[in-house]
Design a protein around this ligand. Structure first.
Ligand code: OOG
Ligand code: MG
Length: 287
């Protein structure tokens, strides 16, 4: 037996309130073990409706669990998606306070800017014909679940942990970068920690876009021209804690710096804050 409309509304209100107040939430599946993936997506949509009622607008979508590493971490075989609203968009160079989140993590991402509407069953190549530009992005995710414990169904209901994203300023035509095998170097406090490629995103980020459109079409939905799509994290999530600065360099494209926390304000206790910067000159760097 499926969940009643009232129960869907109640669970959507719970995830929405937890996100709005950055308050820990008990896993929905602990209370409702029979919750299905389809119902979780309905809860996600109802919670987005609540945001829209408060004045936010949906400006795009994000894919999640698109890399083998993240799928293995969650023990799943399929990606998930979430919605992005205008309120989640952070300015390039913004400073955010770690205290304002439950379990903040950052992920380097690749974003598509749609030039045309796109719906139905499409191949990766067809999906790319609707893309106007690609841009290096950074996502801040924040699972609201207590002790950072959740199942796939819980994370879908919680809008795939969406909380913020930043788009770089160098939007390029999709063919201007080698999107399917874009090299990346990641360093922690100035030392190289990991290297990789955009191929980790479902073998090519375009496949992530096509998969998203396929999943949306199951609900009779699609993407609209002008929307932003985050293709999904390449590997793992990186913790945001004071004292750790992350830097990701994409080959021939740009560099993202997640700057270390620093104190803010004279005479006040130091706040844990991070500055997110997209270094405009860095596209000259070669990996
Ligand atoms: C779920 C969000 C997944 C990605 O890029 O894989 C995601 C999570 O890891 O909390 O944004
Ligand atoms: Mg992500």
């Amino acid at each position: 037996m499926g969940l009643t409309e009232a129960k869907i509304q109640e669970l959507a209100a719970a995830v929405d309130e937890a996100a709005r107040k950055s308050e820990p939430l008990t896993m929905l599946t602990a209370e409702v073990p029979e919750l299905t993936l389809e119902e979780a997506y309905t809860i996600q949509r109802v919670s987005m409706g609540r945001r829209v009622e408060r004045g936010e607008s949906v400006i795009g979508m994000k894919m999640g669990l698109t890399s083998r590493a993240k799928m293995e971490q969650m023990g799943v075989h399929n990606p998930i998606y979430g919605h992005l609203t205008d309120k989640m968009r952070l300015a390039d160079g913004a400073t955010i306070r770690v205290e304002d989140y439950c379990h903040p993590r950052v992920e380097p991402e690749i974003a598509f800017i749609m030039g045309k509407d796109l719906s139905g069953a499409v191949t990766a190549a067809e999906a790319m014909t609707a893309v106007e530009g690609v841009v290096a992005a950074l996502e801040v995710i924040d699972s609201r679940y207590r002790d950072f414990k959740f199942t796939l169904i819980d994370v879908v209901a919680d809008n795939a942990s969406s909380t913020g994203f930043v788009l770089g300023s160098k939007v390029v035509a999709p063919e201007a970068v080698e999107l399917g095998n874009l090299g990346m170097i990641m360093s922690r406090n100035g030392e190289v920690e990991e290297t990789g490629s955009s191929a980790a995103i479902l073998e090519h980020p375009a496949r992530s876009l096509a998969a998203l459109v396929g999943m949306l079409s199951e609900r009779g939905e699609g993407l609209k021209a002008g929307q932003v799509v985050l293709a999904g994290g390449r590997r793992r999530r990186f913790i945001c804690i004071p004292g750790i600065g992350w830097c990701w360099r994409w080959r021939g494209w740009g560099r993202w710096r997640w700057v270390r926390s620093r104190g803010l304000g004279e005479g006040k206790p130091p706040l844990c804050a991070h500055s997110i910067r997209f270094n405009r000159g860095a596209h000259r760097i070669r990996a």
